[in-house]
Design a protein around this ligand. Structure first.
Ligand SMILES: NC(=O)c1ccc[n+]([C@@H]2O[C@H](COP(=O)([O-])OP(=O)(O)OC[C@H]3O[C@@H](n4cnc5c(N)ncnc54)[C@H](O)[C@@H]3O)[C@@H](O)[C@H]2O)c1
Length: 335
């Protein structure tokens, strides 16, 4: 049984607080957020205490582990403070918006890296994990192409976009991690950004993108992103090899289909947004974290995996802005 604090009581803080509260091997002790009444509301809903003073979390003797759900610019400070206080950390993506700050974080916690996990929850989605396992068992032969489609139903508010670091560091970062998870080290990145929404362009960002990643093995991943999808939260993945393909389609609210004289129709709408679509992934991610910390093994994805996804995001940002592909000098890393 691990006792948890959640820092940041916004959209993803609410997901993690509920996931911890429902987990048989976890206990939610405290929710911290300096602003608004989010911490109070979440703590009350899940039988925990709340505080506006984040430092109380690090000082609390009844907290074993911290889930960092604050805005991205605070992640590194919260990771370092928690690790120095002897707490294990599950930190939301991205680690930070700057490689230099991620490196400073790694230096500050040197020797304790194995107590930190990064929340690339899609690795724990049962359908993606099944495809990953079956590719690993050689079912379709060596992976030649990976296609990831990830479109949000609608864009977050302009206030979020402004500080998000841009679509590649904020949104595509999940897909960069998924691509590394399947393909290992990436050696070249080519990206095209689209300006379809004038409000997002005014905030200095792209709102849709297509990225190709070339792996050291020669396999290629294609990532397709959009901030607005009329059909809902569009999350698909296909792995393709010489002996076949494995495909994860969208999850829908029902799998029942109608067929009649007037035609046949599809099942209900796509499960809407990350809370519903990835509920099992957040649960699996938490279970893996608890198991790793409780047994003293390194959780994965690691801080290094978080750094590597950010390297790809930086390369994609440069490629989309300059119209030229980026080649990467790779050092072998975990995936
Ligand atoms: N893995 C996923 O599926 C996923 C989904 C959404 C967001 N995220 C990530 O989670 C993080 C938070 O995103 P969000 O959508 O929940 O944002 P949000 O704006 O909804 O919530 C952020 C919360 O942090 C609080 N906060 C602000 N400054 C703080 C500080 N110094 N210390 C503690 N709390 C502070 C805010 O008051 C707010 O309640 C971001 O890094 C984002 O990239 C991950």
């Amino acid at each position: 049984m691990l006792s948890f604090a959640v820092i940041g009581a916004g959209r993803i803080g609410a997901v993690h607080a509920a996931t911890v509260a429902a987990h048989p091997d976890a206990r939610l002790v405290v929710v911290a957020d300096p602003y608004g009444d989010g911490a109070d509301r979440l703590a009350t809903a899940h039988g925990a205490r709340s505080t506006k003073n984040v430092a109380e979390v690090f000082a609390a003797s009844d907290v074993d582990a911290v889930i960092v759900c604050s805005p991205t610019p605070h992640h590194v400070d919260h990771i370092v403070a928690a690790v120095r206080a002897g707490k294990a950390v599950l930190c939301e993506k991205p680690v930070d918006l700057s490689i230099e700050r991620v490196d400073a974080c790694l230096e500050a916690i040197a020797g304790k890296e194995d107590t930190v996990m990064i929340g690339f929850n899609r690795r724990f989605d049962p359908t993606f994990a099944e495809i990953h396992a079956r590719v690993g068992q050689g079912e379709i032969g060596p992976l030649e192409q990976l296609t990831i489609i990830s479109r949000d139903p609608e864009a977050p508010p302009a206030s979020y976009i402004k500080d998000s670091g841009g679509i590649f560091r904020d949104m595509t970062i999940h897909d960069f991690d998924t691509a590394r998870y399947f393909l290992g080290d990436i050696v070249a990145v080519s990206a095209v950004g689209q300006h379809l929404d004038p409000a997002i362009e005014a905030a200095g960002d792209f709102d849709a993108a297509v990225v190709t990643l070339t792996a050291a093995s020669g396999a290629v991943a294609t990532i397709i992103n959009s901030r607005h999808c009329a059909a809902g939260y569009d999350q698909r993945l296909e792995a393709f090899g010489p002996r076949g393909a494995l495909e994860a389609k969208n999850h829908t609210s029902t799998t029942v289909r109608f067929a009649g004289g007037s035609g046949s129709d599809a099942a209900g709408p796509y499960l809407d947004f990350f809370l519903e679509r990835y509920t099992e992934a957040y649960r699996g991610e938490l279970s893996h974290f608890i198991e790793a910390i409780s047994t003293g093994t390194a959780p994965s994805p690691s801080l290094i995996d978080g750094r590597e996804a950010l390297v790809l995001a930086d390369a994609a940002t440069t490629s989309a802005r300059t119209g030229t592909p980026s080649r990467l000098d790779r050092v072998a890393t975990t995936a």
